[in-house]
Ligand binder design. Structure first.
Ligand code: URA
Length: 191
């Protein structure tokens, strides 16, 4: 068994925190494991918990539309969440749950070695970029950390709640498209 398969098997059987008792499915991640671009959301919601895949509910449909706008398809990237199991009623994950789960994303990063990490929403950006990351001020900006380009977009669920943020996100998506053209070698964009 390869390292990815071993990690996925371990994650799918995880009993590391109380969410193991309430989840329907562990949501490990989907897409191309050799992708140069990694998208990281927050935690699975109800649809994701039911299907075992990230971003398959309404926010996921919007995410697909956002990717299409810059000529990207899910199959070219990898999508996961910082927390792999749904917190009941979508409450914020507890620190103990975050700590129990952190190793899976860390290992996914080590195995993937992406060139660009796109955080979806404030919570993911705070985990991945800086604890005091201000999404309203810093969305769409790129910073390089250990040779990896990092940025954050408004979470698609936030865009559904407040469509007034969509024009900013379009600008951010164009910046992402430009960065992919600059630093990725194996991520052809449809246009
Ligand atoms: N929101 C997230 O952050 N992740 C998902 O997988 C779905 C909704």
């Amino acid at each position: 068994m390869g390292e990815w398969e071993a990690l996925e098997q371990q994650c799918l059987a995880c009993q590391g925190c109380g969410l193991a008792q309430t989840r329907q499915h562990v949501v490990f991640g989907v897409g191309n494991r050799e992708a140069e671009v990694l998208l990281v959301g927050e935690a699975p919601g109800a649809a994701e918990d039911a299907q075992g895949q990230p971003f398959v509910g309404k926010a996921g449909q919007l995410l697909d539309d956002m990717l299409t706008m810059i000529g990207l398809h899910r199959s070219q990237i990898y999508i996961t969440n910082s927390i792999k199991c749904r917190p009941p009623n979508n409450r914020d994950p507890l620190n103990t749950e975050k700590d129990a789960c952190a190793g899976y994303l860390r290992r996914q990063l080590q195995l993937m070695q992406p060139k660009i990490i796109v955080c979806l929403g404030r919570i993911s950006a705070a985990e991945m970029i800086r604890p005091d990351f201000k999404i309203s001020r810093e969305h769409g900006q790129f910073t390089e950390k250990d040779g990896v380009w990092m940025t954050a977009l408004y979470h698609p669920a936030a865009l559904l709640r407040d469509p007034g943020k969509k024009p900013d996100t379009f600008v951010d998506l164009k910046a992402l498209q430009k960065k992919i053209r600059e630093v990725c070698e194996r991520t052809p964009l449809a246009f």
